[in-house]
Write a protein that binds this ligand. Structure first.
Ligand code: HEC
Length: 100
């Protein structure tokens, strides 16, 4: 049983989807966002649908994640997230864009 459990934990940690959701949680994104419902910010599913055919989206969103900004989804503005590195922001942007 112990081995099965260890295997499951390893599988969950190795899965990019869960790893990146954990990163989003650790970086405070989930305070304002959820995958499938709007909170203060738009859901990651809506974001993924909006930019589905936009090849430059990951890079632009990564910059916006770090610097913050507004005007796309409504009147609420996303504050800067200086706790996120550029590499982490890129990972989070790609993860958000995969939540279709
Ligand atoms: C204090 C609330 C808040 C936090 C914390 C926050 N966001 Fe946002 N986020 C928003 C709001 C509000 C918007 C909509 C901005 C707009 O309309 O341009 C947004 C928009 C976005 C977008 C879409 C941007 C666009 O131009 O379409 C992405 C991607 C995103 N956030 C990712 C993240 C990630 C990743 C984190 C964690 C590092 C995060 N957000 C943390 C409030 C927040």
């Amino acid at each position: 049983m112990k081995h099965v459990f260890a295997f499951l934990v390893a599988a969950v940690l190795a899965s990019p989807v869960w790893a990146d959701q954990a990163l989003a949680t650790a970086k405070n994104c989930m305070t304002c966002h959820a995958v499938d419902k709007d909170v203060l910010g738009p859901s990651f599913r809506k974001i993924a649908v909006k930019y589905a055919n936009d090849k430059g989206a990951a890079d632009r969103l990564a910059v916006k994640i770090v610097k913050g900004g507004g005007g796309v989804w409504g009147t609420a503005v996303m504050p800067a997230n200086p706790q996120v590195t550029e590499a982490e922001a890129k990972k989070l942007a790609l993860w958000a864009l995969s939540q279709k």
